[in-house]
Design a binder for this molecule. Structure first.
Ligand SMILES: CC(C)(COP(=O)(O)OP(=O)(O)OC[C@H]1O[C@@H](n2cnc3c(N)ncnc32)[C@H](O)[C@@H]1OP(=O)(O)O)[C@@H](O)C(=O)NCCC(=O)NCCS
Length: 196
């Protein structure tokens, strides 16, 4: 996609559905489907939706609110639906719903959900602007609003962690760690107050 082509795209243009039969190799030691198998399908479906929306490569930058609501059994199919919820400047949030189906009875269960953030990359591997998204239905507009709330929370969380790390670093510059000072599991001095 040309970098300048940022015309809004409808959510429906990039929606993805993946269906996969769960086999013995997908089992964990409890005999049900391994959470990691589901997470890989979620990342794959969401990544496809992100790339379709961006019209080029996009990488996963975060996955949050991954919930496992019910176990998935071997022999069931898993259906993963991914849909772009909202975009930032170079990033976009994709929402994913996971359902299992007992093949013979057709009984379907909502087994999980997740929200993932992808960043579109240019040919040099640098973040590039993404097209805006046109939320047309009431549900799409609700998801877009909720995605904006999650984006604010993520950015605030990232900033708070960064500020804390900067603060710790400043304290260490003022008070370099004693050779004999006891350290915690992370290698930080147990005593964290500034020495005057
Ligand atoms: C994705 C990557 C290129 C972003 O680099 P970066 O230096 O953080 O880029 P920026 O700070 O310019 O942020 C780019 C966008 O990502 C968003 N972002 C960065 N870190 C984020 C995080 N932890 N959670 C959510 N969004 C995040 C920023 O808000 C920004 O979005 P916006 O332009 O819509 O506001 C870099 O983090 C990377 O290469 N990560 C590894 C990706 C990967 O290997 N994934 C697994 C395989 S697909």
């Amino acid at each position: 996609m040309a970098e300048g082509n940022l015309a809004a795209k409808p959510v429906s243009a990039s929606q993805v559905t993946l269906v996969q039969l769960m086999e013995i190799t997908d089992a964990n030691i409890a005999g049900i489907v391994h959470g990691g198998t589901i997470m890989k399908l979620v990342d794959t479906a969401a990544g496809l939706a992100a790339m379709k929306h961006c019209g080029g490569p996009a990488v996963t930058v975060s996955m949050d609110s991954m919930s496992f609501l019910a176990p998935v059994r071997i022999g069931d199919t898993v259906t993963v639906r991914a849909s772009v919820n909202d975009v930032g400047r170079t990033s976009l949030e994709v929402g994913v719903r996971v359902e299992s189906e007992t093949v013979l009875s057709g009984e379907r269960t909502h087994t999980g959900s997740a929200y993932l953030v992808f960043v579109a990359l240019d040919e040099k591997g640098k973040p590039r602007p993404v097209p805006s998204v046109d939320a047309q239905t009431q549900n799409q507009r609700r998801r877009q609003k909720e995605a904006k709330i999650r984006r604010e929370t993520r950015l605030a969380h990232k900033q708070a962690i960064q500020e804390h790390r900067d603060q710790v670093q400043r304290e260490q510059v003022v008070a370099p760690p004693d050779e004999d000072e006891p350290q915690d599991d992370e290698g930080f001095p147990r005593r964290r107050h500034l020495r005057m």
